[in-house]
Write a protein that binds this ligand. Structure first.
Ligand SMILES: [Zn+2]
Length: 138
């Protein structure tokens, strides 16, 4: 249901990866957005990676929550569940899913040591601009 709705709502989506990978799922269980602790967060379209509100797997409610969390993003965490990522094609979607899991691990580890220092909105806007240009080249 989520997959169909993403393909319908997001015309740029050519492939979707959904996983219950350990670090993304652990953070999703805290129902917390991942902030701009690292500039690569911008790869997912914004200065945060949102966590969708909880709904039972396979329901329309979960699909609606995921699409809302992915507004202007190509990924989200699913509360108490896992991650959802889409890309232009399967290679890109898988690459983004691996990146997302790596970022979740890095955020988790950084939080063990203290409060990560976040990049501000101006810096993230600069990074988003650079990524927009890279996207056109590749
Ligand atoms: Zn699942």
């Amino acid at each position: 249901m989520i997959h169909r709705d993403v393909y319908v709502a997001r015309r740029e989506a050519g492939a979707i990866v959904h996983a219950h990978s350990p670090f993304a799922t652990s953070l999703a269980c805290l129902r917390r957005d991942i902030p701009a602790f690292h500039y690569m967060i911008a790869r997912f379209g914004g200065d945060t990676l949102r966590c969708a509100s909880y709904a039972t797997f396979g329901t329309q409610a979960l699909s609606d929550a995921a699409l809302a969390a992915m507004a202007q993003r190509n990924a989200c965490l699913l509360a108490n569940h896992g991650m959802l990522v889409f890309g232009r094609n399967l290679d890109q979607a898988l690459d983004l899913a691996v990146e997302l899991e790596a970022l979740c691990e890095q955020y988790w580890r950084a939080c063990q040591l203290g409060e990560p220092v976040l990049l501000d909105a101006r810096e993230m806007a600069t990074v988003l601009e650079k990524f927009a240009h890279y996207g056109q080249q590749s």
